[in-house]
Design a binder for this molecule. Sequence first.
Ligand code: AMP
Ligand code: MG
Length: 488
Amino acid sequence: MPLHIPLDNSYARLPARFFAPCQPTVVARPGLVRVNAPLAELLGIDPAALATEEGVAVLAGNRLPDGAEPIALAYAGHQFGHFVPQLGDGRAILMGEVVARDGKRRDLQWKGSGRTPFSRGGDGRAALGPVLREYVVSEAMHVLGVPTTRALAAVTTGESVMREGPLPGAILLRVASSHLRVGTFQYFASRGDAEAVKTLADYAIARHYPAAAETSQPYRALLEGVIERQAALVAGWVSLGFIHGVMNTDNTSISGETIDYGPCAFIDAFRPQAVFSAIDRNGRYAYGNQPHMAAWNLARLAETLLPLLGESEGEAIAVAHGLLENFGGQFESAHLEVMSSKLGLATAAEGDRELIHSLMGHMAEASADFTLTFRTLAGAVEDEAPFREVLSAAPRIGEWLDRWRARLAVEPIATAERVAGMRAVNPLYIARNHQVEAVIQAGLRGDFGPFATLNEVLARPFDEQPGMERFALAPKSEERVLQTFCGT
Ligand code: AMP
Ligand code: MG
């Protein structure tokens, strides 16, 4: 069957100043690394056709599918607190959009497909390592239930990219609910282009917050919606020990998805102020700072929307403040809900928040493995030994277990049901840094077997998988990854 991608583009219909038309650069020898078959099916694309020579040529950007209108999107952004009025898609090109089988519109984007008018000094390329990393981690996040961009396919280019030395080049076909960012609003607001901000807001409402259009104040409802989704998103990250690493406003999605997997990492040995990113020298995006930084990013979004939020500047500022103030409470309640379920609590009771914080305190004291703490806590309903082993360096963990048991006793749930419920929210397998690193090293040697295996294990993160026990282990001290790097 010839490849058919049912493209139906809307962003390319926006005013010309929203993007720059451009073509992916033809690469030397496209080679398929992996096609995400279930995602292809969801998008109405035949996965087998993607794996043909024609399909791989499309994935590499060597051939345009019918209906493609390649464009690089304009955006700005605060990077580590400093405003850059023009960033834009410098190493990514939007192929177009597809209305998937679930009725939702999604972007298909090449990442690493060559220079665009927004590339500035960069080469527009991606190295194999960051492509494999984004593929594994974004797909793992998706199955863990956290909103995220996804990976449709990865291909090698047969060319080298120059970083500290030459590295094999690769391209990721990324799928997103959209690529609208806080930085997209900032791009127009900082140019004083109020008309474009309004056009963009209307587009964002139609695409992501259609209910807002039915209210008397659609732009307030838009801001409210983005705040709500970011609060839920960051609560999801925090509940899994995930550190995004580059929460710049250009990496903050309006749809509420995790976007741009650069120096991201899942914590192993727990530290509330853990930082992995080599470029985050001041810990701006440390694990525990993520809610604050999301709130900061949302304030930047609110600033761009001010002319749409009220009749006068004073009214608009008051409205923005009122909505931004909700973030803290929304994050706290989303966090409490998800953490309560991780502790096996079905209802809310006074003291739950403290019980959760107290466990995190013991974890920090013991440098306990984040993922194994919660997974063994599920087992502790019946057998405490593995949990006590993980928390062995927390001398008072027994007292905490007593309090937890007393709290569980308030809810008469059958043990088997409770254990199963806890195992369904506390993953056994996550994209551990050392395993992602091992997969990348194998990939650099041309062996994509470990990459395939890791993807398959992470596709069922909550199920014990016989023979795959090694993927559940915390890194040995010599395996620990202490720093992660951007894809640039
Ligand atoms: P990031 O923080 O990785 O999301 O990237 C920030 C900005 O740098 C975006 O505008 C990217 O398009 C741009 N960028 C990153 N890497 C490259 C590259 N290799 N070539 C061109 N632009 C790049
Ligand atoms: Mg980015």
